[in-house]
Write a protein that binds this ligand. Sequence first.
Ligand code: URA
Length: 438
Amino acid sequence: MGSTLFPQHIIAKKRDGGALSREEIGAFVRGATDGSWADYQLSALLMAIFLRGMTPEETAHYTEAMMRSGVVADLSHVPGVKVDKHSTGGVGDKVSIPLAPMVAACGVPVPMISGRGLGHSGGTLDKLESIPGFRTDLSLDAYRAQVAKIGCALIGQTKDLAPADKKLYALRDVTATVECIPLICGSILSKKLAEGIDALVLDVKYGRGAFMKTEAEAHELAAALVRVGGAGGKEVRALLTAMDQPLGRAVGNALEVAEAIACLRGEGPEDLMEVTVALGVQMLLLGGAAKDEAAAGAKLLEVVRNGRALEKFREIIAAQGGDARVVDDPARLPQATIKRAVAAPVAGIVSSVDAMETALAALRLGAGRARAEDKIDPAVGVADLVKIGEPVRAGGRLCTIHANDEAAAREAEERLLRAVTIANARPPDQRLIAGLMA
Ligand code: URA
């Protein structure tokens, strides 16, 4: 090892504002993967990066080293352009569940490796696992075979995929170094590029229920993700979408699967469908399955109308060991013992529904995890949630709490009453989709 690759020298260089070389970044990521750097050295460099930043070249080298810290799945046996979607996380964001079968039903292969919920934001894996029998822990070989056979697999991260990120993310979580664009970029893209995809569509969210609180921050993150993904040889596009109120009307695992099924039947909430179709349009364009946005949108709506998207979801559930009858009978999903309406205290027009407060109510009911090792209750959460701009009468329903514990239901009700603001006049229309970055 040359002396410049000693951890303390690399840390000092970044501490003093220098740009790290590909070799120095490689040594850091190797140190995280094989344990040759101590946690305090990894943490010190993470903090130095947080404070000093990284150049675009450093971010690209970091992402590549993280991707190569484990296996990179080979999907070259699957014909066509393989396209995935990733969201930076929000409340009620079940988009992946209707989107993957819709896009696969249009002929574009969707290999999707998703995460679990942590803190206020939910995770696609937890939602899917509320379907009785559904397995997300497929091996990489089973994942490759399923994408080839039915054009889609929805699985969790395996231990071989980008292991450096697992180590570094856990350290970032406890060292106040999560909110750093180069580190977020490397973390998200290393995992996605290791899936074996050709192209990626990102949903970069901003607002009360998102990681990035402002549109400007989301814009900066989206630009970095598109640039670094491009440097990695993939075509990456990003939509910027608002996350001030929850997406759709349900927050909670089985309740969100039921809402995703409604979407696939063409009966989903308008905002959820709008974001799903907007992301799907970009996936079809990248996958070469449509000539322009209008044709792509029409194709997506057609597979919903003719039932092919719903059929694809049945196929995915059955292939992953789940009970595909939930598609026709969502009552087969886990059900809570307490179902109670929350009543509006006054009449008026809904002027805001705070996504963070709603998420915390769902968390209190047991729908999410405060710590990675917590168990979740798939049945609980919030459904029938009002949307901004809707009129309510005094005593009318703001939402329905689904709970398995009376004390938790009472606390969640207090939070939900705080989450919804009722005004006298209709608030100005808010943009759900703020732009596309390509
Ligand atoms: N999601 C990730 O996977 N990594 C981050 O750093 C942030 C969000």
